[in-house]
Design a binder for this molecule. Sequence first.
Ligand code: SF4
Ligand code: SF4
Length: 96
Amino acid sequence: MSIQMPSILDCNASNCAYNRDEKCHAIAITVGGGACPLCDTSWMSPKKGGMPDVSGGVGACKVESCQFNRSLECGAEGIHIKLHASHADCGTFKKR
Ligand code: SF4
Ligand code: SF4
């Protein structure tokens, strides 16, 4: 069985260590873990990391209240991550 990891189409958290040119370069992020559907992998830091040639995907999502969530995984084809206050949230979140 081949499983496609949902892509992170864009992310405007430019201060995150994994962000370059509004793209995520972490191999896989985890979403959820707070009151918001936040990117739990984000690290607001002047340091830059991740893999420059890699476009990030969603490895796991803990937001069961989202319509796209199936068994704690994201079932969307791709997601947008957007800054909300001082943290980054999944902008594709849709309440069940
Ligand atoms: S906030 Fe999350 S999605 Fe955005 S660059 Fe950082 S780790 Fe990637
Ligand atoms: S779209 Fe929904 S299931 Fe997918 S990462 Fe965002 S909050 Fe999680």
